[in-house]
Design a protein around this ligand. Structure first.
Ligand code: AMP
Length: 363
C-alpha cells in the first residue's frame, strides 16, 4: 500500500470503546467509512461508525469479514490478540504493525525490546515464583513494584513493596494469581509525563508537546500541557518516543508514558500502540488531534502539524463525574466529550473535558 487511501474508503477498527469512537469520528471527517469489530453491540464506537461487526476479537469468520470490507485495519486497544492481527494482516494492511502489539502486551517483552533500542526503563526481573521475587527485591534494595506481565492496565494487577514497611513477600506469587509476573525497581520519579507521537508511512515523525499526568486510584485524572518539566526532560522524552517509533517500524499514533527524574533523565514506564487518554487534549488545543493524526498515518496521508495553540488541562470524567456535564457545558473555553456509555459504573471512563488556559500562545 503506497498511495494514500482515497476518500470513501473503509477503515477497520478492532475494539469499540471511546478511543475507537473518536477514531471513527476523525475518519468520517476525512471522508472515510469505518467498520468496528467489537463483541458488545451498540458500543461507543459503533454509535458513530458506518457499521459494526458484533463478534469476538478472535472470531476467524468475523476477522475475515472485516478484512474483506476494509482497505486498512487499525485497533484501539493493545490487547487485540496477536494471532487475530496476524490473520487480518494476511489479507489487508494492519497498522500499527502487529509486532507493536506483541511488544506492548507483555511488560517483560516490552522492557526487553525498549532496552535493546537503547531506551532506559526501570530495572526489572521476571518473576515466576516467590524465590524470583525475593531475589529481585534483594537486588533492588527491598523496594519494588510487582506487576502481572500481561493484561494489566490502570494500575490493576500491581503490588508495591517497600523495604521500610517490611511487607512479607512470601505468598505474593500465588496472591497475584500464579501468573507470569515482573518485578520493577521502584522509581523515585518527580513527575509522570507522556508523549503522543505519530509516524507516517514515509517514516516521518510528528510529536505533540509532552503532557504531565496525574493519576487517581490508578486511573488517569488530569493531563496538563505544557508539562512543568525541565526542557532537557521534555527533549529526552520526545527523542525516546521518536526512537521507539523508528525501532518498531511503526505507522500510526503511539502513547509513551515516562517517569521524569530529578536529574532531568526519563525512564519509559510503558508504551500504548494506539491513541492514548493523555492525548485527548489535542482535540481542543491542536488543529490536528491525535485521532486525526492516527487516521492520517494509517491512510497514508501526510501527517498534520502537532503544534499547540494554547495551554490546557484535560480531565477525565469517571463514573458519576458525568453528572458535572451540564455545569461544564456552561464554562467558556471548555470542550466536553462524552462517550455514549449508558451506565456510569464506578471507575468507568464516561467522558473527558479540556479546559483551555491561554489562547494564542505559540507551540
Ligand atoms: P502502570 O500500570 O505500569 O502504568 O502503573 C500505574 C502507575 O503506578 C504508574 O502511573 C505509576 O504512578 C506507578 N508505577 C508503576 N510502575 C512504577 C515503578 N516501577 N516505580 C514507581 N511507580 C510506578
Amino acid at each position: 500500500m503506497t498511495a494514500p487511501l482515497p476518500a470513501g474508503s473503509t477503515i477497520g477498527i478492532v475494539g469499540g470503546g471511546q478511543l475507537g469512537r473518536m477514531l471513527a469520528m476523525a475518519a468520517a471527517r476525512l471522508g472515510y467509512r469505518t467498520v468496528v469489530l467489537e463483541p458488545q453491540a451498540g458500543c461507543p464506537a459503533a454509535q458513530v461508525a458506518s457499521r459494526q461487526i458484533v463478534a469476538a476479537y478472535d472470531d476467524a469468520a468475523a476477522l475475515d469479514e472485516l478484512a474483506g470490507a476494509c482497505a486498512v485495519v487499525t485497533y484501539e486497544f493493545e490487547n487485540v490478540p496477536v494471532a487475530a492481527a496476524e490473520r487480518l494482516a494476511g489479507t489487508v494492511p494492519v497498522l500499527p504493525p502487529p509486532r507493536a502489539l506483541e511488544v506492548a502486551q507483555d511488560r517483560l517483552a516490552e522492557k526487553t525490546a525498549l532496552n535493546a533500542m537503547g531506551i532506559a526503563t526501570a530495572q526489572f526481573v521476571a518473576v515466576d515464583g516467590d524465590a524470583d521475587l525475593a531475589a529481585g527485591l534483594a537486588a533492588f534494595g527491598g523496594d519494588g513494584v510487582l506487576k502481572t506481565r500481561r493484561l494489566g492496565y490502570d494500575g490493576k494487577g500491581q503490588r508495591v513493596f517497600r523495604a521500610a514497611s517490611a511487607a512479607d513477600a512470601g505468598g505474593a506469587f500465588a496472591a497475584m494469581g500464579s501468573v507470569p509476573l515482573i518485578l520493577e525497581s521502584l522509581v523515585p520519579f518527580e513527575r509522570e509525563i507522556s508523549v503522543i507521537a505519530a509516524r507516517g508511512r514515509d517514516g516521518r515523525v510528528a510529536a505533540y508537546d509532552p503532557a504531565e499526568n496525574v493519576h487517581r486510584n490508578g486511573i488517569l485524572h488530569t493531563s496538563t500541557v505544557p508539562a512543568a518539566a525541565m526542557p532537557a526532560t521534555l527533549a529526552a522524552a520526545r527523542a525516546a518516543a521518536a526512537a521507539i517509533l523508528d525501532g518498531l517500524g511503526y505507522v500510526g499514533v503511539i502513547g509513551v508514558e515516562f517517569f521524569a527524574l530529578a536529574d532531568g533523565s526519563v525512564l519509559v514506564n510503558e508504551i500504548a500502540p494506539r491513541v492514548h487518554n493523555s492525548g485527548h487534549w489535542t482535540e481542543a488545543a491542536c488543529v490536528v488531534s491525535q485521532f486525526e493524526q492516527h487516521i492520517r498515518a494509517v491512510a497514508g496521508l501526510p501527517l498534520g502539524d502537532p503544534a499547540r495553540h494554547g495551554d490546557c488541562v484535560m480531565e477525565n470524567l469517571i463514573g458519576d463525574d458525568i453528572l458535572r456535564a451540564p455545569a461544564l457545558l456552561a464554562e467558556p473555553g471548555l470542550m466536553l466529550h462524552l462517550y455514549g456509555k449508558e451506565e456510569a459504573r464506578p471507575g468507568r471512563k464516561m467522558g473527558h473535558f479540556t479546559r483551555l488556559k491561554a489562547r494564542g500562545g505559540a507551540a
